[in-house]
Design a protein around this ligand. Structure first.
Ligand SMILES: [Zn+2]
Ligand SMILES: [Zn+2]
Length: 204
């Protein structure tokens, strides 16, 4: 069974709906990379985004199912590194929305659950999109079973992405221009100094 859940930034200026959420229609992962941790520090929202080991819960979906209905003027994006993913958030209250590719076309968005009102590790997220299927970029050696689990997750996700693309065609909403497939906002890229400051807070 899939459900629709309201998107709402913390101050309420940006609202929308994430549709058709289920374990089958999404891919729930955890990522502990430098970029995701720096991003949480950049927004000043580590309590809402990171677990005790610096992991961010993210669930990936076809962005056609992620509709912003109000407050689009508050939606902006940044990159932690010049070639990193675009990280979309609200400038009114620094609520993360989702991470994606630098250009439109590929139907992929990694949603941060706090924009639906849930902390990443909460039971509600697991009820919505199923358990975490893989944990990427851990800052420690992992065993064979976990490596296999991550490989299985990535293979499943590759199939999902292909299916979304074949079934739904190109994807640009809500963050790209339909004609040019360029992002609707110029991404903010933080300086190396600022990045180093955020990384140091995460212990890198
Ligand atoms: Zn807001
Ligand atoms: Zn990451």
């Amino acid at each position: 069974m899939s459900v629709d859940v309201s998107i709402k930034c913390s101050c309420g200026s940006v609202t929308g709906v994430a549709r058709n959420l289920s374990a089958g229609s999404t891919n729930h992962v955890k990522c502990s990379c430098r970029g995701c941790q720096s991003y949480a520090h950049f927004l000043g929202r580590t309590d809402d985004m990171l677990d005790e080991n610096g992991g961010s819960n993210i669930f990936q979906l076809d962005p056609k199912n992620f509709e912003i209905k109000a407050g689009m003027e508050h939606v902006v994006c940044m990159r932690v590194t010049p070639d990193g993913p675009l990280r979309w958030y609200t400038d009114c209250c620094k609520t993360p929305l989702g991470n994606g590719f630098p250009r439109g076309g590929i139907p992929f968005l990694g949603v941060l659950p706090i924009c639906l009102g849930y902390k990443g590790t909460s039971d509600e997220v697991v009820k919505l999109v199923g358990p975490v299927r893989g944990h990427l970029n851990q800052n420690k050696p992992i065993g064979l079973s976990e490596k296999l689990r991550n490989a299985g997750m990535l293979a499943r996700f590759a199939c999902q992405l292909l299916w979304w693309r074949v079934r739904g065609g190109k994807s640009w909403k809500p963050f790209f221009d339909e004609k040019t497939m360029k992002p609707i906002r110029k991404p903010l890229t933080i300086s190396e100094d600022e990045r180093a400051t955020h990384e140091a807070k995460s212990g890198f």
